[in-house]
Design a protein around this ligand. Structure first.
Ligand code: ARG
Length: 459
């Protein structure tokens, strides 16, 4: 009998049926978590006198040997043993003999797989938070370098008001900060031990769930055994935050793609983060940005997929839940890969300051300034809006920008205009004057950079 659960069966499934049910193809990713979980379980069985000292030692030595082999890539798994848990038990049997059968005392694969996934999710969440921090550092340092680089700010993708490029980049620092916060907060729900819940109902053995929890670095234990083996909320939560991170990156992707186009030419990507065309020799394509934008869909897919898998599942464990892993594993790889690419890409991008300077002085994005000018002198804002709208129309008809408009034209539009109007229209002035808290004024941006450096401990 090859099956670890074969006792009740009179007939073996055909290999292709076994293959369909197997998860070893992907859950072998959990090998170290599985072994560590087993080691903690063995230590607990021993201290609760559920197994003898000698048995405990044998099991521990066998698991340690497997751990070593795993880290050297020397373990090979067999689809015949379905999943990582039974493969490890089989390998342990090869290592130390039939005594390996004691390992599964007072435990089920249901609490075991949940424990493995909690350990995995904790490690990856911490790694992703650290990667977000690295990316924030790069964004803050580009923001510092480009505090006084002005670009058109857009609404509806139409030029709206000139802004500091640093201010624009800091908007992403803030978004990513919320993502890191969400991940940090999720750890409260990730770092809980399901071990000891058994298949669903607990166990008759006098186990100590707090011991295993502490050994594995968990902060708490699930209070309800059914919940412990059925809960996949923490994975949904991860996928939801992962989707939000990807959504943020896809928005930045879109801007990087636009900004590096010939039409914008605000930036140039480093050759290391761009590709050429096999037919058009002049091309430099922002593939990495496009790929991140594209991969966003995969992560959303995994979130919806798991939500759908879990919908209507009765308690407690159902084999459907085996489907929780691939989407989560894939999303972890995707988010980490995307963050790494963006960190390098933004760090190495070059800003074309002549083009951005030209962009902000050759448009009407200073029109609001003019309306504010009149409003500050007492004209109701609605009326000022109308006056400036007419001036803009005059300029368009004469193919000039506001700064090129003769003073007589301003005066005709309103008596309130004085000679200082030209100074007011200069983009640098326009940006500087938006000094309300959180605005794009250079003083505000410098203050924001100071705060981020403090919060992110950047020296
Ligand atoms: N491979 C399974 C999974 O990933 C492990 C738990 C199996 N439990 C069971 N009762 N069949 O979900």
């Amino acid at each position: 009998m090859t099956k670890l659960w074969g006792g009740r069966f009179t007939k073996e499934a055909e290999a292709w049926v076994d293959e369909f049910g197997a998860s070893i193809g992907f859950d072998q990713k959990l090998v170290t978590q599985d072994i560590r979980g087993s080691m903690a379980h063995v230590a607990m069985l021993r201290s609760c006198n559920i197994i003898s000292e000698e048995e405990g030692e044998k099991l521990h030595e066998g698991l340690a040997a497997l751990e070593k082999k795993a880290s050297n890539g020397e373990l090979s798994f067999d689809v015949k043993y379905e999943d990582i848990h039974m493969n490890i038990e089989k390998l342990l049997t090869d290592e130390i003999g039939e005594i390996a059968g004691k390992l599964h005392t007072a435990r089920s694969r249901n609490d075991q797989v949940a424990t493995d996934m909690h350990l995995f999710m904790r490690e990856e969440t911490e790694t992703i938070i650290a990667m977000i921090r690295d990316f924030q550092h790069v964004l803050v340092s580009q923001a510092e370098e480009h505090t006084e680089t002005m670009i058109p700010g857009y609404t509806h993708l139409q030029r709206a008001q000139p802004i500091s490029m640093g201010h624009h980049l800091l908007a992403y620092v803030a978004m990513l900060d919320r993502d890191a916060d969400r991940l940090q907060d999720s750890l409260k729900r990730v770092n809980i031990s399901p071990l000891g819940a058994g298949a669903l109902a607990g166990t008759t053995f006098p186990i100590d769930r707090w011991q295993t929890a502490e050994t594995l670095g968990f902060d708490a234990i699930y209070e309800n055994s059914l919940d412990a083996v059925s809960d996949r909320d923490y994975l949904l939560e991860f996928l939801s935050v992962a989707s939000t991170i990807m959504m943020h990156l896809s928005r930045l992707s879109e801007e990087i793609i636009l900004w590096s186009s010939e039409e914008f030419s605000f930036i140039e990507l480093d050759d290391a983060f761009a590709t050429g065309s096999s037919i058009m020799p002049q091309k430099k394509n922002p593939d990495m940005g496009e790929l991140v934008r594209g991969k966003t869909g995969r992560v959303y897919g995994s979130l919806v997929s798991l939500l759908t898998t879990l919908k209507s599942l009765p308690l407690a464990y159902n084999k459907d839940m085996q489907e929780d892993k691939e989407g989560v594993f894939d999303s972890v790889i995707t988010v980490k890969g995307s963050l790494k690419i963006f960190t390098g890409m933004i760090d190495s991008m070059v800003v074309h300051e002549e083009t951005t300077a030209k962009a902000v002085s050759s448009d009407f994005s200073n029109a609001t300034e003019l309306a504010d000018y009149l409003a500050a002198k007492g004209m109701p804002f609605r009326e000022a809006h109308e006056v400036v709208g007419k001036l803009v129309l005059h300029c368009i008809e004469n193919d000039i920008v506001l700064a090129e408009c003769p003073f007589s034209v301003f005066r005709e539009a309103s008596e309130l205009f004085e000679e200082d109007i030209y100074e007011t229209l200069a983009p640098y002035q326009v940006v500087s004057r938006r000094n309300s808290e959180g605005g794009t004024g250079f003083k505000q941006v410098r203050e924001a950079i100071r705060k981020w450096k403090e919060r992110l401990a950047i020296s």
